[in-house]
Design a protein around this ligand. Structure first.
Ligand SMILES: O=C(O)CCC(=O)C(=O)O
Ligand SMILES: [Mn+2]
Length: 205
């Protein structure tokens, strides 16, 4: 008699909020706590973190977080007046990319990493709708470290709002028309929060 296959815990528990004009899946336990801590330590130490100046509404501001951009050669990424050239994949990033591709059923050629050092670091309202991402991009976003609020708001239907707590080891997938109709942000918080690393895997044309 063959042994029954246990469902993969990382993908068996999932949340699919029914939001109009959006396709969102959250795997709260994509990585277990031990693996998440390991990834957090590896990426804290091995990623070439930087803090860039960006232009928003004609003003130059230091980004309120550290970032890094890794990917296939030539896959540069431009947002808020900043063009980032990719660093070469590290073994750890490639390993994680393979696992995320299996869950998202999608290949990725680049990843934007964000390091939120404390509650004062944040990301303002935006959509991931840069032309090089294509029309209905699939974006897979892994969170490691301190839990932060991830807020969503519909661009034209002001009554439509949603919020998720992105805990360590969770994988959020946004697909379909999500970026066209919705914006998202990670607001500052006065709560004491541990550092958080977020990796958003993307496919650039
Ligand atoms: O940190 C997060 O969860 C969001 C990151 C994000 O929206 C982005 O990198 O475009
Ligand atoms: Mn985003």
């Amino acid at each position: 008699m063959s042994t029954p296959r246990l469902p993969d815990a990382s993908v068996s528990s999932k949340l699919t909020p029914a939001l109009p004009d959006a396709e969102i899946i959250l795997y709260p336990n994509f990585c277990d706590a031990q693996q998440s801590d390991r990834w957090l330590a590896v990426f804290t130490q091995t990623i070439a973190w930087r803090q860039d100046w960006i232009r928003i509404y004609g003003r130059s501001l230091l980004q309120p977080r550290l970032t890094a951009w890794y990917g296939d050669p030539e896959k540069s990424y431009t947002y808020s007046g900043l063009t980032m050239l990719p660093q070469s994949w590290t073994p750890a990033l490639l390993n994680l990319k393979t696992q995320v591709e299996a869950a998202a059923d999608q290949k990725f050629n680049s990843v934007l990493l964000n390091l939120y050092r404390d509650g004062n670091d944040s990301m303002g309202w935006h959509s991931d709708d840069e032309p090089e991402l294509g029309k209905n991009p699939v974006i897979a976003s892994l969170s490691l470290g301190g839990t932060r609020r991830f807020m969503l708001r519909h661009r034209s239907r002001k009554d439509l709002k949603y919020e998720l707590a992105l805990t360590s080891g969770s994988l959020l997938i946004m697909a379909g028309t999500t970026q066209h109709y919705w914006q998202h942000q990670v607001p500052k918080t006065k709560r004491a929060v541990s550092p958080r690393i977020n990796l958003t895997f993307r496919c650039i044309d």
